[in-house]
Design a protein around this ligand. Structure first.
Ligand code: F6P
Length: 342
């Protein structure tokens, strides 16, 4: 009987539990496999913290946010970790393979471990939707829906006061959440890390919406930078003038817009609300399918591979296809959205 260990690592994403459930149910029903969970990502492997994972443990969990296994950003090569330690833990617990569910960092570690001969397969995960080699990641749809709902709410209060409202959404490196939620909510400007934008352009969109009697609504990714900011501004926590910045980019933009236009401006940072709570049905289905599909990789001992979504199909790709470069928002998608700005 094959015994498989599952771990969830990195920031959580709605749908993680659906992956776990999909894998355990299919493995149990179809292949008679057994499962264990590692607590809190790679930490559970390195520290040998295992929890039972069977049909009972996964009952009804696909609708729950977060991850029943817990997560961490532990690097399996640091501290007591490393290939020898992990092989020893697998051997002692009679585990034949690891399913690693995680983002770029997790998949990079998984690749390194599988290059060194460990039996690992993977499932890509991020609400940011920035992993290459997969069209969409679970968690993204839920985050976009939460951000859209928030903007719909910001709009009615903004309209009542004729204020400019700024919603800052997640996305350290890419603007997928901002692009999709901004388009869905009909934002007057979408500001994303891939597109450095000038204050003049932003003010143009704000005043044109305001002139038509609309309360300007702006969505900005947390990783956005004005064209006057260089790449080190964010890392060093500086504002566009090189001064220490308190709060996120949304809070930084608000007074600049207010000062330049005279329109009262408020910023709201959605933060981790975007990662919490129940996954959308789309994310549950995607996550469940990925969980079921990754088992076939384990059964066939196709180590170093992960599952991915291509179109509407679940396919498998080597870890390296997902690594090295992020999936950014293409210029055409931004240009298309920007036709509706202002
Ligand atoms: O990568 C997912 C993500 O939610 C990013 O959008 C965000 O920048 C980051 O994680 C937040 O990380 P943490 O939960 O560690 O604060």
């Amino acid at each position: 009987v094959m015994r498989i260990g599952i771990l969830t690592s990195g920031g959580d994403a709605p749908g993680l539990n659906a992956v776990i459930r999909g894998a355990v149910l299919k493995g149990d029903k179809e292949y008679g496999q057994q499962f264990v969970g590692f607590k809190a990502g790679w930490r559970g492997v390195v520290e040998e913290e295992l929890v039972p994972l069977g049909r009972h443990e996964v009952k009804g969990i696909s609708k729950q946010g977060g991850t029943i296994l817990g997560t961490s950003r532990t690097n399996p090569f640091e501290g007591r970790g490393g290939v020898d330690r992990i092989s020893e833990v697998l051997e002692r617990n009679e585990i034949d393979s690891i399913i690693a569910i995680g983002g770029e960092g997790t998949l990079a570690a998984a690749k390194r471990l599988s290059d060194e001969g460990l039996p690992i397969v993977g499932v890509p995960k991020t609400i940011d939707n920035d992993i290459s080699a997969t069209d969409y990641t679970f968690g993204f749809d839920t985050a976009v829906q939460i951000a859209t709902d928030a903007m719909d709410r910001l709009r009615t209060t903004g309209d009542s006061h004729q204020r400019c409202m700024i919603a800052e959404v997640m996305g350290r490196h890419v603007g997928w959440i901002a692009l999709h939620s901004g388009m869905a909510a009909g934002a007057h400007a979408i500001l994303i890390p891939e597109q450095k934008t000038s204050m003049e352009e932003i003010l143009g969109w704000v005043t044109s919406a305001n002139d038509r009697g609309r309360a300007p609504l702006i969505v900005v990714s947390e990783g956005f930078a004005l064209d006057t900011m260089d790449d080190t501004h964010h890392e060093r926590g500086l504002d566009a003038f090189g001064r220490p910045r308190l709060g996120g980019i949304g809070e930084h933009l608000a007074p600049m817009i207010e000062e330049a236009t005279g329109i009262e401006t408020r910023a709201t940072t959605l933060g981790h609300i975007q990662r919490g709570g129940t996954p959308s049905s789309y994310d549950r289905v995607l996550a469940t399918r990925l969980g079921m599909a990754v088992l076939d990789l384990a059964r066939d001992k196709r180590w170093g591979q992960m599952v991915a979504l291509r179109g509407t199909d679940i396919v498998d790709v080597p870890f390296e296809d997902a690594l090295g470069k992020l999936k950014t928002v293409p210029q055409e998608r931004y240009d298309e959205a920007s036709l509706l700005f202002g």
